[in-house]
Design a protein. Structure first.
Length: 85
């Protein structure tokens, strides 16, 4: 131990290094706590879902019969929109 350095001066870097190690350890634990855990699996191995089960088939298509006046109005609308391009 050098003669011109006091015990407190030697202890300072040690305390700072210990504080840095503790801070990094706490930061790592905090970040691990934010990430999703593997505990989202039930004991039977199935995943826990927050969403309801989605149906596998598409909904039935709907058909609406238009009157001749509605067909003409729709055709005119399509022509108007087509002229702008």
């Amino acid at each position: 131990m050098p003669e011109h350095v006091t015990f407190l001066q030697l202890l300072g870097p040690v305390v700072l290094a210990l504080a840095a190690v503790l801070w990094v350890t706490a930061l790592i634990r905090l970040l691990r706590g934010i990430r999703p855990q593997r505990s989202l699996l039930r004991p039977d191995g199935a995943a826990v879902s927050a969403l309801p089960q989605q149906r596998q088939t598409a909904p039935e298509s709907e058909v609406v019969e238009l009157t001749p006046a509605e067909r003409d109005a729709f055709a005119g609308l399509v022509r108007q929109l087509g002229d702008g391009h």
